[in-house]
Design a protein around this ligand. Structure first.
Ligand code: GLV
Ligand code: GLV
Length: 323
């Protein structure tokens, strides 16, 4: 039997798996994110062998030191920019994530954002609820067609590829993409064309969708200069990580009309949004929900548990992050 700490209530599926193999599981009782001090205090209470943590937990050297026996920190997310990887490496701690199980769901949400901004769904909803709908009108809230347009992907990993699939198979879109490496699979499956730079994608695309991890090299990948390269009729969609976009520069571009609109699931300083963002009508905003379906959140809990179970029985974590 081993001791596992879970930093916040997650779907039961994962907790049950851990208990079924005989591990004792402590789940934080706080209804919210643990502060650093609370997390350190909680981990120091017992000798935990493994930790299941969330993207809202900042995991650094101090946190690792509070759980000196922990062999693995299993992150309940595909992204792991919340974890200090060099500090984990120094201590020989395994870090795992939850890829694949959320790919379809995140791609669906990305497409929902894209369609919502193009067809003014959220704006139309606000309009109707506000009692402003007084009758059909030929020029009321005109949107933009998606079919036949060009989707520009920044990042063509699993999620980006799935978004390209929907774009091409359901909406007859053309896809151009930039990634640090060319993806033959996406080219073969969808006819997506590689572009050698972010700039080329931005100049060409009618919809730009971001699917890169947050790394020092991708922080503010979309900045003022790059926003200026986008067509005035283009839309930006971000379901990756907030800091990939300079949100203040984005608000400025949206206000000036130098791009047409944006649909965002993630924000630079979550849960805050940049000043002025929520006052704009040409944005659709969701609160970091891209993987948030009942099915996928349960599967993510199972994947995190599987990784912990493997490591605690001396096996390799199936989703160990390589570093
Ligand atoms: C969510 O943002 C994730 O990385 O899984
Ligand atoms: C994330 O899982 C990605 O590779 O897109």
């Amino acid at each position: 039997m081993a001791l596992v700490y879970v930093t916040r209530k997650i779907p039961d599926a994962g907790i049950e798996m851990l208990k079924k193999v005989g591990h004792a599981v402590d789940v934080s009782l706080k209804d919210g994110v643990l502060t650093k001090a609370e997390l350190v205090a909680a981990l120091s209470e017992k000798e935990y062998d493994a930790v299941l943590c969330l993207l809202t937990d900042k995991i650094d050297g101090e946190v690792f030191d509070a759980a000196p026996k922990a062999k693995i920190f299993a992150n309940y997310a595909v992204g792991f920019d919340n974890i200090d990887i060099p500090e984990a490496k120094k201590r020989g701690i395994i870090i795992s994530n939850t890829p694949e199980v959320l790919t379809n769901t995140v791609a669906e949400h990305t497409f929902a954002l894209l369609l919502s901004i193009a067809h003014r769904i959220a704006e139309g909803d606000r309009f109707t609820r506000a009692g402003k709908y007084i009758g059909w009108a030929p020029l009321l809230l005109l949107g933009t067609d998606v079919s036949g347009k060009t989707l520009g992907l920044l990042g063509a990993g699993r999620i980006g590829s799935r978004v390209a699939y929907h774009a091409v198979k359901s909406f007859d879109m053309q896809v151009v993409y930039y990634d640090i490496k060319q993806n033959e699979y996406i080219e073969k499956e969808t006819g997506a064309e590689y572009r050698a730079s972010v700039e080329e994608v931005l100049k060409e695309a009618d919809f730009v969708s971001i699917h890169v991890p947050l790394l020092p090299a991708t922080r503010h990948l979309i900045n003022k200069e790059r926003l200026a390269l986008m067509k005035p009729s283009a839309y930006l969609i971000n379901s990756s990580r907030g800091p990939v976009v300079d949100e203040v520069a984005l608000v400025e571009a949206l206000k000036k009309g130098s791009i047409k609109g944006a649909a965002l699931d993630v924000f630079e300083n979550e849960p805050k949004t940049a000043p002025g963002l929520t006052e704009l009508d040409n944005v659709v905003l969701t609160p970091h929900l891209a993987s948030a379906t009942e099915e996928t959140r349960a599967k993510m809990a199972e994947v995190a548990a599987e990784n912990i179970i493997a490591v605690l029985s001396g096996k390799e974590a199936p989703n160990a992050v390589r570093f």
